[in-house]
Design a protein around this ligand. Structure first.
Ligand SMILES: *Cc1c(COP(=O)(O)O)cnc(C)c1O
Length: 372
């Protein structure tokens, strides 16, 4: 008998979403922007406690607009975490700039501050000051922001936080996405909350938010006719999509709690009893949303054995992100590496982590892995 498919991370509606979508229909705010967009932005601002939010069509678009506002242009270099999803780096190339990749440290699996400083020094000697730094909170674990922000300030390079996977994560109460000059969020289908597709840019000031809204809605000058003095983009979130977001915000804290409970269950099951390691513990003061629960096997062969066994039992799993400095499309980019992300890519696996998994579902995954 084939058991039902267990997914890595599937959408989990709270029930309130349709109310907001219905309101949009009832008032014919299907388009253009409207109360749901404003409401969703306000909800996010309250949740993050600081920053101004512009709701957009994707996290990738948000990153593109952040880079534009930091003045990234043709021929520039941007320092970017290597251990991440390609969307962290792709928008750099939209502007004709080049990513320079930085490897991770072992405590959080995110950008290694020492390598970052080494990269800045070396790039400065080469005669080119990087225009921005993109740091990622991978799988919801906050990066070492105190050290990274200090280095960024010392060399006067602005930071963009890719918090696409880290909504709800924080360090001593400061939410991921609010440390840097800009932060990006994603509400794609597999993220901790979803609007089916969507994203947001976290801005420091209202001026930056207004600029983001302007750029994301075709950069229209104030005039009765259509007039443009700048190149615009069509990146603004729709009022229907934002309605789903408002409903999802009502259950975000529950979603974070459930993902963390999933991780703790895996950790309790594997620690000390198997040769499998779970993702790093949270450093002091850190709070991870545990978007995806991850494990490290002994070796590539061991990892593949687990992955294929799960697949045979109708359970989805996925190797950790393949580092950007190993991606064919970025083969000609400079990188500063230390072996950490390559090792994680070899040994690591993401397990089913959805907040809609039952205790039976998660037992099924854990028991199968333990039996190997
Ligand atoms: C999902 C994700 C993105 C992109 O967000 P979209 O909304 O899908 O464009 C960027 N960076 C990371 C690390 C992600 O996981």
């Amino acid at each position: 008998m084939t058991q039902n498919k267990l997914w890595l991370s599937s959408p989990h509606m709270g029930g309130g979403e349709q109310k907001y979508v219905q309101q949009a229909f009832d008032t014919n705010w299907v388009a253009p922007l409207g109360p749901n967009v404003n409401g969703f932005e306000k909800d996010l601002e309250q949740y993050l406690k600081q920053g101004k939010i512009a709701a957009l069509t994707s996290g990738t678009g948000a990153l593109h607009l952040a880079l534009i506002q930091l003045g990234v242009k043709y021929g520039d270099t941007v320092l970017c975490q290597s251990f991440t999803f390609s969307a962290s780096a792709n928008p750099i190339t939209y502007l004709g700039a080049k990513p320079v990749f930085i490897d991770s440290e072992r405590d959080t699996w995110n950008m290694d501050p020492e390598l970052l400083e080494q990269a800045i020094k070396t790039e400065l000697i080469k005669g080119k000051k990087p225009t921005a730094i993109i740091v990622v909170h991978l799988y919801g674990m906050p990066a070492k922001m105190d050290k990274i922000m200090k280095i960024a300030q010392q060399y006067d390079i602005p930071v963009i936080e890719d918090a696409a996977e880290a909504l709800g994560s924080h360090i001593n109460g400061t939410m991921c996405g609010t440390f840097g000059e800009f932060g990006i969020l994603s509400f794609n289908g597999n993220k901790i909350i979803t609007t089916s597709g969507g994203g947001a840019l976290v801005c420091k000031t209202d001026v930056a938010k207004q600029k983001t809204v302007f750029l994301s809605s075709q950069a229209r000058d104030e005039a009765p006719h259509y007039q443009h003095s700048e190149i615009g983009y069509n990146y603004r979130m729709s009022n229907i999509v934002a309605g789903i977001g408002r409903g999802q915000m009502e259950v975000l804290d529950q979603r974070v709690a459930q993902r963390r409970a999933n991780f703790e269950f895996y950790q309790k099951t594997f620690d000390n009893t198997t040769n499998i390691l779970t993702a790093p513990k949270e450093p002091k003061g850190y709070f991870a949303n545990r978007w995806l629960s991850t494990i490290l096997a002994d070796s590539y062969e061991h990892r593949e054995k687990i992955r294929l066994a799960l697949e045979a039992h109708n359970i989805e799993s996925r190797p950790l992100w393949k580092p950007m400095h190993l991606q064919p499309v970025f083969a000609d980019c400079v990188s500063y590496t230390n072996g950490v992300s390559e090792e994680m890519f070899q040994r690591g696996l993401c397990l089913p982590s959805g907040s809609n998994m039952t205790q039976d579902d998660i037992n099924r995954v854990a028991t199968l892995i333990k039996s190997l």
